[in-house]
Design a protein around this ligand. Structure first.
Ligand SMILES: Cc1cc2nc3c(=O)[nH]c(=O)nc-3n(C[C@H](O)[C@H](O)[C@H](O)COP(=O)(O)OP(=O)(O)OC[C@H]3O[C@@H](n4cnc5c(N)ncnc54)[C@H](O)[C@@H]3O)c2cc1C
Length: 386
């Protein structure tokens, strides 16, 4: 096993996989250390909605940039990733939510995202299994869906990296990481991409676990045509403390349906909470009454990594060798590719398509550490040759 790399990535979720690929493309020698298997964390639990969101300008920039990177990659993705573009419909159940449809319509239109307002009739025609009447909705045609686990696997397969599954990192800092089996690896660039578990290796960072559940059904082709999300989802995603469920359904290429989702803070138990699952199905049935009759194939759950301002942590820390790529909450599948590109741009001193500043970890606790990375990497390579 090599002991010294140009970059070490801790965590082989979709974010770590994207970071590894981006750095490997820049000809860096990269190792990815993962305590379980590829995508075994939140990535395996996720829905894979590649969605443009606009709760803030910074969120819009990151999600729309990342969606454009996914769109550019989509023709290369193998069929197993099940990438498709059904678009999203944000559902308004009353006039108050219709006002939000109009607000979103204006924002997206002003920012060049093609959107369409649906009235009650157009919504019913677009999605015949929705209950009637509903007030209407907003269709965002460019949103995509994919299988996040297969996506992470694909990113790592195409990256020329040393993958070390089944290896837990116990400490990281000062240019080295220590594995539970006693091995030490060295690098001037160590990326903490451990999602909701990032504070274990970077104590004090502003991350809180936010558990979520999804239900995967048997095959019901044509039951749903778009990714459907109730507008109340935004309230649920924003509610800071209470447990919440919101209706969200996705058609998979296989004909299966993914029904979501829940949000719970401060739950450490990784197991399935039957009460929460029942609330999700009850909520979904309010929008699509037939859902109550569908057969469940499995329930999946995982921990989102939440930050106080709902933006991820991407960039350097006060330890010049440690970089963060975490805090993506419910948008890490969407924003993985942009996260990786921004971080690689920063590390390699390249110009970025969007500014990294809104996502820098230093906005909470750390001072930005703009050390001379290229020369540290050169020093590390020289050390390698000795
Ligand atoms: C129910 C649900 C639905 C979601 N739906 C969507 C969606 O539709 N669209 C979207 O964009 N996002 C969605 N998300 C969010 C998305 O899943 C996450 O933001 C994303 O998966 C984060 O990826 P990650 O690589 O940062 O973390 P993870 O996938 O959690 O990967 C972290 C990895 O680090 C490993 N690890 C941890 N500690 C160590 C250690 N000490 N040593 C070695 N390895 C370690 C873990 O085993 C894990 O594999 C959803 C999340 C949930 C829970």
């Amino acid at each position: 096993m090599n002991r010294r790399y140009d970059a070490l990535v801790i965590g082989a979720g979709i974010v770590g996989a994207a970071c590894a690929l981006e750095l490997a493309k820049a000809k860096m020698r990269v190792a990815v250390v993962e305590r379980e298997g590829v995508g075994s964390g939140a990535t395996a639990a996720a829905m894979g909605h590649i969605v443009v969101m606009a709760d803030s300008e910074a969120q819009f920039l990151l999600t729309s940039y990342s969606q454009s990177l996914w769109a550019a990659l989509s023709s290369e993705l193998p069929a197993s990733v099940e990438c498709q573009r059904p678009g999203t419909i944000w559902i308004a159940s009353d006039e108050e939510e219709m006002a939000e449809v109009v607000r979103k319509f204006e924002y997206y239109t002003a920012h060049g995202v093609p959107v369409e307002v649906l009235d009650a009739q157009a919504l019913a025609e677009a999605e015949p299994n929705l209950r009637r009447p509903l007030a209407g909705g907003l269709r965002v045609a460019s949103d995509m869906v994919l299988d996040p686990l297969r996506g992470a696997e694909y990113l790592l397969q195409t990256a020329s990296v040393d993958l070390m599954p089944g290896q837990t990192v116990v400490t990281a800092g000062n240019g080295r990481i220590a594995l539970q089996n006693g091995t030490e690896l060295e690098s001037p660039v160590i990326i903490n991409a451990t999602g909701a578990f990032a504070p274990a290796l970077a104590p004090g960072i502003a991350i809180r676990k936010r558990k979520g559940h999804l239900v995967l059904t048997d095959r019901y082709p044509g039951f749903v045509r778009h990714q459907l999300v109730e507008l109340g989802y935004l309230k649920s995603a924003h509610s800071s403390e209470t447990d919440s469920v919101a209706f969200n359904i996705q058609p998979r290429k296989s004909g299966q349906l993914l029904i979501g989702s829940s949000r719970q803070f401060d739950v450490e138990d990784p197991g399935i909470d039957r009460g929460i699952v029942a609330s999700m199905i009850e909520r979904a049935s309010l929008y699509m009454p037939e859902i109550a009759k569908l057969a469940t194939q499995r329930v999946q759950c995982g921990f989102r990594a939440a930050t106080p301002d709902k933006l991820p942590l991407i960039g350097p820390t006060e330890d010049p060798s440690i970089f963060l790529a975490t805090g993506h909450e419910g948008l890490g599948i969407t924003t993985s590719l942009a996260t990786a590109r921004l971080l690689a741009d920063h590390i390699l001193g390249r110009l970025s398509a969007i500014p990294i500043e809104p996502y820098l970890p230093s906005r909470f606790a750390f001072k930005i550490c703009l050390q001379d990375l290229p020369s540290r990497m050169a020093r590390s390579r020289k050390g390698d040759q000795r």
